[in-house]
Design a protein around this ligand. Sequence first.
Ligand code: HEC
Length: 115
Amino acid sequence: MGKTITLVVFSVCAAITGVTATAGNADKDAIKEGKRLTLEYCQACHHYQGTEQAGTVAPPLLGMKGRFPDRKTLYNIIYDPQVAIKKDTMMPPFGRNELLAKDEIEKVIDFLYTL
Ligand code: HEC
């Protein structure tokens, strides 16, 4: 009897864990593409985990989810930092200048949230 209950509890836990893991892995391709885009467009100025030749003119990209829990805030910074940060920032307006498409910015954010 005791064994049956343990088994049931274990199965339920495994099922829940399985669901969570699937949701977490759903964006794997997006994160991979975001990583590539970040290397191409952001590394020149920003240091972040995994970079070896990053620029230092900008603040390091770290603890992104904790510091920017609202995805929209991060989106706005990347889309148009002249509006979201300050008028004379040297960071390029990736969205406004169409350097990155909206879905590409989303992928960059998916990657940034792993930092
Ligand atoms: C030409 C240099 C440059 C490039 C390229 C650049 N940034 Fe920036 N970024 C800056 C600077 C400088 C700041 C700091 C704001 C300021 O004071 O001007 C900044 C600030 C930020 C911030 C706010 C950081 C914080 O801790 O408050 C984020 C987020 C950010 N950048 C993301 C990105 C992403 C993502 C990319 C690539 C798509 C990128 N940046 C490309 C120069 C750059």
